[in-house]
Design a protein around this ligand. Sequence first.
Ligand code: GUN
Ligand code: FE
Length: 411
Amino acid sequence: MPELYGLEGPLLSPLSPGRAKWIAPGLLAYGRDGVIVHSGPRRNIAGLKPIRIPKGTIIIPGLIDCHSHLSQHQAVGRTGFTLLGWLKKHIYPAELMLAGRREAERSSRDYLEILLANGVTCSALYTNFYQGVLAAHHQAKRCGIRALIGYTLMDRNVPARLKQNPDQAIGECRELAEVFKADNGEGRLFFSLNPRFAPACSPNFLKSIGRLARQGGLFIQTHLSENLQEIARVKSSFPWAKSYAGVYDRFGLLTPKTLLAHCIHLSPAERQLVFDRECAVIHCPSSNLFLHSGRFPLEHWAGYPKLALGSDLAAGPSPSMLEVMRDGYYTNLQSMRSLFHMATLGAAQSLGLDDSLGSLEPGKQADFSIVRIRGLDEEGSEQVLARMVFQRAEFVKTFISGRQVWPPPRK
Ligand code: GUN
Ligand code: FE
């Protein structure tokens, strides 16, 4: 077995929200341990016999989806309502269908494979039920994807069979945290605590979740300020709170390991709170369009390092981060480089994993895809990215830590 592997072809990798590295032709080289040793112009490296990638293809880093619901992927395209009506009519029934272990295994396998086929190498996920987390953990290990996995925590204002007893759920989450500690899929898998949103959780439940997150140093994923009716409901359920973000803060849920999806209608004071607590802000443009939730005010977050994109499937109809980037472009006028950053390096920063993920740089993991782009020319990073997004690029192969994960290698 060789010590070094290398691919020759054009490379595209983010540097900052406004800048990307476009090297054509370039060389990506990585060791047998899956760590990048060179990402730049072609050069001779002792012991390396690089393979040239096909004409018309380029190499990009693995895409990262910072917010999605694995347990909703059967419920894409259910229209007619904004957030609260949509949850009640379409989503709670869909999530209930995954109560059995076998169904959860099948659904996890299908969804995770769709992600790899779309060049998504890391996904921050919500599933349902204790068994659902075990199934997702098992299937993520099997296919080699990176993931944050938690089950949707809720104890009020949802159908009885989705409602948890807080003490029991906290006990289960402690156990699941131990399962992930014992087997984190070679560092690729993280357990997270996912309170659905404040309207579906009692104060006591939120408090216990905050305590467990602190004790275990766990990731937290939740929704914040997505829809005006939702915000009104938070006001009436938590009359003492200064704001929606203030509810989460009161219970210790705003931490540097918290991912907050949407953040559309935040007041200046709430934005300051999110900023002070160093939470990640996850912009979900496709979902915001589908549910008519409102426009994410990108202008308020210019320069914020923990800004990422989420598909928010099933409110967002596509698992493809290219489609999410396209909808981000329709939502706010910005460069494609800034959207690319939010789907790669900005996402890795949001997860606190940018020392190893998010861009093609020496020392980082060799997570990347070979992508075929129609009409590819040498116009530089902005136009190459625009082609990739608006001409539906094809993901030819995807690798995680230098190992091919898509198409699945033959055993
Ligand atoms: N808010 C609370 N639950 C959900 C959900 O499942 N999807 C979206 N988009 N928003 C939510
Ligand atoms: Fe969501």
